[in-house]
Write a protein that binds this ligand. Structure first.
Ligand code: ASP
Length: 347
């Protein structure tokens, strides 16, 4: 078992990492992924069995839809037995959404699914893509003495840090450190050695369960970011959108919203009409606590559910996932506050 050559499936969905500069026009164009070993000759030095799968067409991640997540989940399932780990090359813009989505869609995951990308194309001299790619492959291949994955999670690797996927947000459009996981510690730090922080990694209680994928996603969800001066008509038109089943309200601080009666009333009526209303904070770090201030208590009384320390990205796709599973509002609310894939810190 120990000496077996690890096998990795490298999946390219699109994004900056797979681009190079056209020598004539200097414009960035995707390179033929079949020739990745020419671009990254270091891959041959691994001694791993690495296979490649490229999406066609390639997708700038701003164009990602749940269809891509379904295709990715199916690809992982079809290849689950053959490979020890999966590395997904993805644009950075919506990587946190995709990694969060896959974490819910893949149940009983026992193998790494590592998302990575880059700020500069792999075909450019100063690229961050090579290190991101090479370390991601090494992480996806890491096994313990029993042949079990060291990181059996959906994660994001970027600029020397391995994060739990559903805890990440893209927070920097310029810096090589593009992601943060403000409410959960890193799963690994990469320096001279890869230091896995096993106490932060989630392991199956029982190994050997069959991988299940969930592809029913219901996108009838809206996000309403609160701001001082927000008009009643805007709130009402969002909450009244046809077919809407859930609204995430991005509130101030630890889950606070205006206490004007029209606002509280709009929330209350939304809940009474069967909407799930989930409260997450606009702050980058910290948690919603609707008991801390009167402005939060009013929301709680109106029937709003507290999303504690979930990122907006994780909250959104968790709603897609739960609405795809359950038609009863109570069930969705019940599971929203439960920790399903390490996305929320228990009270
Ligand atoms: N627009 C690109 C994308 O998200 C940026 C990137 O890859 O970083 O696909």
């Amino acid at each position: 078992m120990k000496n077996r050559r690890p096998s990795i499936l490298l999946i390219y969905t699109g994004g900056t990492i797979g681009m190079k500069q056209d020598p004539d026009t200097l414009a960035l164009v995707p390179f033929n992924f079949a020739q990745i070993e020419q671009e990254v000759p270091e891959l041959k030095k691994f001694g791993y069995a690495i296979d490649f799968h490229s999406f066609d067409p390639l997708i700038d991640s701003s164009n990602v839809t749940p269809q891509l997540w379904i295709e990715l989940a199916e690809l992982v399932r079809e290849n689950y037995v053959r490979y020890d780990g999966f590395v997904v090359l993805h644009g950075t813009d919506t990587m946190a959404y995709s990694a969060s989505a896959l974490s819910f869609m893949l149940e009983n995951l026992e193998k790494p699914v590592v998302f990575t990308g880059s700020q500069l194309p792999i075909g450019m001299l100063r690229t961050d893509g090579k290190e991101n790619l090479i370390s991601s492959i090494e992480i996806a291949a890491a096994m313990d003495g029993n042949g079990r994955a060291v990181v059996p999670e959906v994660c994001v690797y970027f600029e020397t840090k391995l994060y739990r996927g559903n805890r990440t947000s893209k927070y920097n459009a310029e810096n090589f450190r593009a992601f943060q996981s403000a409410n959960y510690p890193v799963l690994a730090d990469v320096g001279i050695h890869i230091k896995f922080n096993r106490q932060n990694i989630s392991y199956p209680e029982i190994w050997g369960r069959e991988l299940k994928i969930h592809t029913a996603l219901d996108t009838n969800v809206a996000i309403l970011k609160l701001f001082p001066g927000m008009r009643k008509e805007v709130v009402e038109s969002v909450l009244g959108a046809e077919g809407l089943k859930a609204v995430i309200i991005e509130t101030f601080g630890s889950g606070n919203a205006p206490t004007q009666s029209w606002f509280t009333e709009a929330m209350k009526q939304g809940v009474e009409r069967g909407l799930v209303i989930l409260n997450v904070t606009q702050c980058q770090a910290g948690s919603v606590d609707m008991d801390a201030y009167e402005t939060g208590v009013a929301l709680k009384r109106a029937g709003v559910t507290g999303g504690r320390d979930m990122t907006t990205e994780a909250a959104l796709v968790k709603l897609f996932f739960l609405l795809g599973q359950y038609s009863e509002t109570e069930k969705v609310n019940e599971f929203l506050v439960k920790n399903l894939r390490g996305e929320i810190t228990a009270c």
